[in-house]
Write a protein that binds this ligand. Structure first.
Ligand code: NAD
Ligand code: TYD
Length: 356
């Protein structure tokens, strides 16, 4: 792992991963390819942008020529593929970008890797690895019991999960057909620092701080298995270092919660840590049950036994501790939150980069 191409490194999980790798792998370089969509933010990596083992390239994973040239110029031996359109609600509003980036973008990356790593009798770099970051949502929706394992049949039910499932199948196909050295991780819902405030937890933190309604879809009893983002990143690193080529590993947080419980927990911690609302009421008073999401998956829960037994990984953070660390981070970084919510901020950073 000398020259690592990270895609989508300016997003939530990617930026946490880039920081972890720079800390933990002193002999590795990172080339971060990111298009800087609304979800990508250079500020997420402002603290490391001058690190000489880090390079940012603004570009689209659908641009095959750009990617192939990067492979050659940077002698890429490892790909960690995060770049995606990642929000289910947006995929319901407009699926087209999801098909483009998640399916065609993954295809373009696979093609570039195949061309660079496999086209000559001897690979140009030692031990190449292509790790595709995917989601538990490809497995569909669980009832009250059961867990998703690596052998659970795929049953995606939103345009987002269908596009991720499609990309997963392409990755498997490139391994089986061409022998591309792939690895895949399917993880549960992440939370933690640098999470864009359109997803449940950062949205609730932001609205609760500002005295706005806290929208809970349907009856609030949908269940997600919450995984602290740094734990997810350590799992990815472990799979890269020790995972068996061609295998899939599920990553979960052992923290199943109903959405309403998550929202109430955030409200109670904020009531404890910050000033009360102007009207003196608790933040739970802001909770508002709203129309349900179309096709809303009821329950996700991960069986991460394989990752634990084969690679010795398990989550280090409970939801109770992780959500407190997360809230503390948002309280210390309120400027980050207002920055990413301000459209002109994105334009500002984009123009700043273009001007360089
Ligand atoms: P995110 O939306 O926060 O970030 C996505 C990043 O990809 C952004 O920086 C964006 O600019 C970049 N990007 C988007 N389209 C691009 C393109 N065409 N070319 C180059 N860059 C592009 O996403 P995230 O939450 O960090 O998720 C990262 C990966 O993890 C995704 O593949 C997602 O499906 C998967 N995942 C996320 C979660 C979660 O809870 N967030 C759970 C399971 C799996
Ligand atoms: P989200 O963070 O969008 O992740 P995903 O859909 O990938 O699981 O949503 C998490 C859960 O919270 C999901 O069941 C939908 C629900 N939700 C709300 O109830 N209100 C909201 O405002 C949002 C964004 C999500």
């Amino acid at each position: 792992m000398k020259n690592i191409l990270v895609t989508g490194g300016c997003g939530f999980i990617g930026s946490n991963f880039v920081r972890l790798v720079l800390e933990q792998l002193p002999d590795s370089r990172i080339i971060n390819l990111d298009k800087l969509t609304y979800a990508g933010n250079l500020e997420n990596l402002a603290d490391i942008e001058d690190n000489d083992r880090y390079k940012f390239v603004r570009g689209d994973i659908c641009d095959g020529e750009l990617i192939f040239n990067l492979f050659v110029q940077e002698q890429i031996d490892t790909v960690v593929h995060f770049a995606a359109e990642s929000h289910v609600d947006r995929s319901i509003e407009g699926p087209s970008e999801f098909i483009q980036t998640n399916i065609l973008g993954t295809f373009a990356l696979l093609e570039a890797a195949r061309k660079f790593w496999l086209s000559s009798p001897r690979p140009p770099v030692p031990n190449p690895r292509f790790l595709h970051v995917s989601t538990d949502e490809v497995y569909g929706s669980l009832g009250d019991t059961g867990l998703f394992s690596e052998t659970t049949p795929y049953d995606p039910r939103s345009p987002y999960s269908a596009s991720k499932a499609s990309s997963d199948h392409l990755v498997s196909a490139y391994h089986h057909t061409y022998g591309l050295p792939t690895l895949m991780t399917n993880c549960s819902n992440n939370y933690g620092p640098y999470h864009f405030p359109e997803k449940l937890i950062p949205l609730i933190i932001n609205n609760a701080l500002n005295g706005k309604d806290l929208p809970v879809y349907g009856d609030g009893k949908n269940v997600r298995d919450w995984l602290y983002v740094v734990d997810h990143c350590t799992a990815i690193l472990r799979v890269l270092q020790k995972g068996r080529v061609g295998e899939t590993y599920n990553v979960g947080g052992n923290s199943e919660m109903q959405n309403i419980e998550v929202v109430q927990t955030v409200c109670d911690i904020l009531d404890e840590k910050v000033e009360p609302l102007a009207n003196g009421q608790t933040r739970r008073s802001l909770i508002k049950f709203v129309k349900d999401r179309a096709g809303h998956d009821r329950r996700y829960a991960i069986d991460a036994t394989k990752l634990k037994q084969e690679l010795g990984w398990q989550p280090s953070v409970t939801f109770e501790d992780g959500i407190r660390m997360t809230i503390d981070w948002y309280l210390k970084n309120e400027e980050w939150m207002s920055g990413v919510l301000d459209g002109s901020y994105q334009d500002y950073y984009s123009s700043m980069y273009d001007a360089r």
